[in-house]
Design a protein around this ligand. Structure first.
Ligand SMILES: [Zn+2]
Length: 99
C-alpha cells in the first residue's frame, strides 16, 4: 500500500524533527556550565529556571526549564562556544527562535 507507507514515513520525519534539540549544537561542557543557573532567574523574563528534563514523546515541555541560548544566532554568524551561550528559560528561547 503506497499511501500507508507515505504516511508512515511522514510520521517518522516529524518525530525526528521535534524529538530532539536539533538547533542547540553546544558542547556537553557548555550545557553543563549553563545548568549552573538552574534555580536562578531567567535574564529575559525573570522566572526561576528549572532543571531541563529529557523530552518525552507526548509530554508537553516545561516552559520554565533552562535552555542554552545563542547570544548571537547561528544564522547571524554565532558559534557554539561557551562565550556565545547564555541560559534562558524555554519560553524565552522559543519566542526568540520564532522571530
Ligand atoms: Zn524567560
Amino acid at each position: 500500500m503506497v499511501v500507508r507507507h507515505a504516511a508512515f514515513t511522514n510520521t517518522l520525519r516529524t518525530s525526528a524533527r521535534y524529538g530532539r534539540h536539533a538547533k542547540s549544537g553546544f558542547s556537553a561542557a557548555t550545557k553543563k556550565w549553563a545548568q549552573r543557573s538552574v534555580g536562578k532567574s531567567c535574564s529575559s523574563c525573570g522566572r526561576v529556571m528549572t532543571k531541563p528534563s529529557k523530552s518525552v514523546k507526548g509530554v508537553k515541555k516545561d516552559m520554565s526549564q533552562l535552555e542554552v541560548d545563542h547570544i548571537v544566532a547561528k544564522s547571524r554568524g554565532g558559534n557554539n562556544s561557551s562565550f556565545n551561550a547564555r541560559p534562558l528559560c524555554a519560553r524565552c528561547n522559543n519566542i526568540k527562535g520564532a522571530r
